[in-house]
Design a protein around this ligand. Structure first.
Ligand SMILES: [Zn+2]
Ligand SMILES: [Zn+2]
Length: 259
């Protein structure tokens, strides 16, 4: 399995999972031009992409849906509530033939892959994270959640790779320049995951199978990659999983071998 972070952060999010020559994108927050450039830079064949799983309708996750709908044949996996929100925001209609209807807690079959969305505490219509199983591999992308829930921890068991939000350092956010209302939103139970909460969640999902942890959706203003990595290392303890950071501008590509 290949995992790629093509962009990660408040300015745009797009992850990719590639198995057996087929690629699924998770979120569409990177414009098509940059997506093509970053596929080229990482050697991911652009024409291997067949579908996009959407987590929620915030602009950093769906910015490119309209263009993707017009210029690619890709299918879009999302829940009905998220679809309605995306269609309203972009003034588009996603035809049934291009829609993979998703329901939180239920696995969706995409050409033999299992795509399972599960609910997250976040201030959107019907926010989900995605667990993807294909070719004997299991991975999940879990970003945009205000706090770690038992349900999230349950869905992150037995993964080979976990891309997990480490949005902010609470002190940096509190003392930083963001307006008070925005600070309150980010810190709320339906905002974004702090380094500390990331560590708490990570500790609950460690298994012998876990090979790689990718810290994602880091705030450029309210976090320091060293602080995020420190919190993750503390949670990992003696666990041997490799730790990586996903960033806004540089793609990250990882190959995961079968255990
Ligand atoms: Zn986001
Ligand atoms: Zn969001």
């Amino acid at each position: 399995m290949r995992y790629l972070s093509l962009a990660s952060g408040s300015k745009g999010n797009c992850h990719a999972c590639s198995v057996g020559g087929r690629t699924l994108l998770i979120d569409a927050g990177l414009n098509l031009k940059q997506l093509k450039l970053r596929c080229e830079a990482t050697g991911l064949p652009f024409d291997s992409i067949g579908a996009v799983a959407i987590t929620h309708e915030h602009s950093d996750h769906i910015g490119a849906v309209g263009v993707m709908l017009r210029r690619t044949p890709w299918a879009f996996a999302m829940t009905p509530a998220t679809k309605r929100a995306v269609e309203a925001i972009h003034a588009i209609e996603i035809p049934d033939a291009r829609w993979l209807r998703a329901e939180a807690g239920h696995a969706l079959d995409w050409e033999g892959w299992s795509l399972r969305p599960f609910n997250l505490p976040h201030d959107a219509e019907d926010p989900v994270a995605w667990r993807v199983e294909a070719g004997g591999f299991a991975m999940a992308v879990v970003t945009d959640l205000g706090h770690p829930t038992a349900l999230v921890a349950d869905h992150c068991q037995g993964l080979d790779l976990l891309a997990l939000e480490a949005n902010h350092d609470v002190e940096m956010l509190r003392e930083g320049a963001y307006p008070p209302l925005l600070k309150a939103r980010i810190l709320s139970r339906v905002g974004h995951l702090s380094n500390e909460s990331m560590g708490e969640l990570l500790q609950r999902v460690l298994s012998p199978r876990l090979q790689a942890v990718v810290l994602a959706h880091l705030s450029e203003q309210n976090n320091d990659p060293e602080l995020a990595a420190g919190a993750a290392r503390l949670a990992l303890g003696s666990h041997g999983a490799a730790l990586h950071l996903a960033t806004q501008r540089e793609p990250l590509s990882l190959s995961i071998a079968s255990a």
